[in-house]
Design a protein around this ligand. Structure first.
Ligand SMILES: Nc1ncnc2c1ncn2[C@@H]1O[C@H](COP(=O)(O)OP(=O)(O)O)[C@@H](O)[C@H]1O
Ligand SMILES: [Mg+2]
Length: 304
């Protein structure tokens, strides 16, 4: 069942920048969806429109069946946004931050919820600390905690780990998995492939305001997981020996190296290959593994 329906959404900013071009997308209840794309792709614009912070130029979006413009209040009450920039009042305590947020969402006090969220994000022992006494990582967790005080059906996280160190990033992924388990639908934006890979059920790739593809993570990772083994040869080789005539092996144009294509969905026996080379008196001078980068993948997708 879908909780968010986006139809032909477009955005042209006042200076003429076309940030979104006819984006359509449906998000299922309870899933983690990652919107993956380079800087300037339109990720923030998309989620800001859905959260009611930016007006669309065209198209529509429904959250839980409510139109984000015509039924603004109902739609807005179902979502929370964790912005990329840390915006917190430094001089109040962590607990107060959460309680005020609850009020701001127009919902009645619920101390047991505050406690549950604090404990879920390992912030319980910091509840009486002022925000300015917290480390950057804790501030990020407070930001998520604050958003959760709305008990949102859909939680938007805009680049939740941009500029966060690797260890903290892993912790954050764990927290987000925990929130999902409680039934919350999560939509996050990221420009880290690894982040989308480790968290998302589905991944949407956006570039220059266009949604290039939407795919189940597993399927996409297989496509992305293409690797090449480049075996440089001591001497040029005119022809592949018959034992090496396989559809995943080829000789480079300069006949100076062998290229073996493999990946997540296809493995080959390296030892076997080495033995075959040896048996044919083919001497290796170097071996390099090349893996497609996110950049390559974008280029591939755009050219497809
Ligand atoms: N307020 C604005 N006015 C004009 N252009 C904007 C504004 N906000 C974003 N843009 C432009 O819209 C495009 C998409 O930006 P954004 O949605 O922030 O991308 P992302 O979050 O993927 O990095 C970029 O070209 C950006 O410069
Ligand atoms: Mg952004």
């Amino acid at each position: 069942m879908s909780i968010l329906k986006i139809k032909n959404l477009s955005k042209e900013y006042q200076d003429g920048t076309k940030a979104l071009k006819n984006v359509s997308l449906e998000i299922n209840k309870g899933e983690i969806f990652a919107l993956l794309g380079p800087n300037g792709a339109g990720k923030t614009t998309l989620i800001n429109i859905v959260c009611g912070l930016v007006n669309p130029s065209g198209g529509e979006a429904l959250i839980g069946g409510f139109d984000i413009i015509k039924q603004y209040r109902q739609a807005r009450s179902l979502v929370s946004l964790v912005p990329q920039e840390i915006q917190l009042d430094p001089f109040i305590t962590v607990e107060q931050t959460l309680e005020f947020a609850r009020g701001f969402f127009g919902k009645s006090k619920k101390p047991e919820l505050t406690k549950e969220i604090l404990s879920g994000l390992s912030l319980l022992d910091k509840k009486d600390n002022r925000v300015n006494q917290l480390s950057g990582g804790m501030k990020r967790r407070v930001l998520i905690a604050k958003a959760l005080m709305n008990e949102p059906a859909v939680l938007f996280l805009d680049e939740p780990t941009a500029g966060v160190d690797v260890e903290l990033r892993r912790d954050m992924w764990k927290f987000i998995a925990k929130i999902k388990k409680q039934g919350t639908t999560i939509i996050l934006t990221t420009h880290y492939l690894e982040e989308a890979e480790s968290m998302a059920d589905r991944i949407g790739i956006i570039d220059k305001g266009e949604l290039k593809m939407i795919e189940n993570k597993d399927v996409l990772m297989k496509k992305m997981g293409k690797k090449q083994l480049l075996i440089s040869l001591k001497n040029t080789l005119d022809n592949l020996p018959s034992e090496l005539k396989k559809d995943y092996i080829c000789l480079s144009d300069d006949k100076q190296s062998l290229i073996v294509n493999y990946g997540n969905d296809f493995e080959f026996d390296v030892a076997d290959l080495m033995q075959t080379l040896k048996n044919n008196n083919i001497v290796i001078s170097d071996i390099v593994i090349k893996q497609s980068s996110l950049e390559d993948i974008f280029i591939d997708l755009i050219n497809e």
